[in-house]
Ligand binder design. Structure first.
Ligand SMILES: [Fe+2]
Length: 245
């Protein structure tokens, strides 16, 4: 294993090896909003055997030897912004309206026997608003400013936003979205399929799980890869300005 170990944060693990996200998902270890916790701390908090988690992590890392994956820690930041837009944001824009309709149909059919569906619908709609506001602000304001910073476009930067504050706001949005995802999972009993679930109900649960999984990945990339890289670009730019003045 490289220099990261069980005392490294789960966020760093996923930044180095995105494939271990699946291991953390399996053990219900939050690597998005709670990505600062070490693997040891996460095991302790979740009542998990550290050795069991360690062996799963090592197996995934060993299998990566020949696997070619995008290294977002070192790829140009504008490529990372494009990836976030075209992969994670696109999924939300495509799937959230469909899922809202699906939930409405399931509520209509099953509200008598599953009253928790009404709570799900309420939480889900609030989460949709947060998610779509997040994608719009990033794509229209934050990402263009980050790309300009990477290109060192001084004139454009004078009218750009304060990226440090934008990253802080992004972090707060992530916390709020993470909380809603957790509420959805709690309301739906960890997405356990009820005995009377019809195909539409099952599809709803599958899509909710998929959105949760992808959003954890999305939040992780923005918190533990994008934000630190923006901070580094900002420091580099300030250093350049000081040396040229
Ligand atoms: Fe995003």
């Amino acid at each position: 294993m490289s220099e990261i170990d069980l005392r490294s944060s789960v966020g760093r693990w996923v930044a180095e090896y995105p494939q271990v996200a699946e291991v953390f998902e399996t053990f219900r270890i939050d690597y998005g909003c709670d990505g600062d916790q070490t693997v040891e701390e996460a095991c302790w908090k979740n009542g998990l055997e550290t050795l069991r988690v360690q062996s799963r992590l090592e197996r995934v890392v060993a299998a990566l030897a020949d696997d070619e994956t995008q290294d977002w820690l070192h790829a140009p930041v504008n490529q990372l912004c494009k990836h976030l837009t075209h992969t994670h944001h696109a999924l939300l824009k495509r799937e959230l309206p469909r899922l809202a309709q699906l939930i409405a149909d399931v509520v209509a059919d099953h509200r008598e026997t599953h009253p928790e569906l009404l709570e799900l619908q309420q939480t889900f709609l609030a989460m949709c608003d947060q998610m779509l506001m997040h994608t719009d602000i990033q794509e229209e304001v934050v990402f263009p400013a980050i790309v300009a910073l990477e290109r060192q476009e001084g004139a454009r930067l004078r009218i750009a936003i304060d990226l440090r504050r934008a990253c802080d706001a992004m972090h707060q949005q992530h916390q709020a979205i993470g909380q809603r995802l957790w509420e959805v999972r709690q309301t739906m009993h960890d997405f356990a399929r009820p005995a009377d679930a019809c195909p539409r109900y099952r599809q709803m649960l599958q899509t909710l799980k998929r959105i949760e999984r992808d959003t954890h990945d999305h939040i992780h990339k923005e918190t533990y890869i994008l934000a630190p890289r923006v901070a580094a670009l900002t420091r580099r730019r300030k250093a350049c300005e000081r040396s040229s003045s």
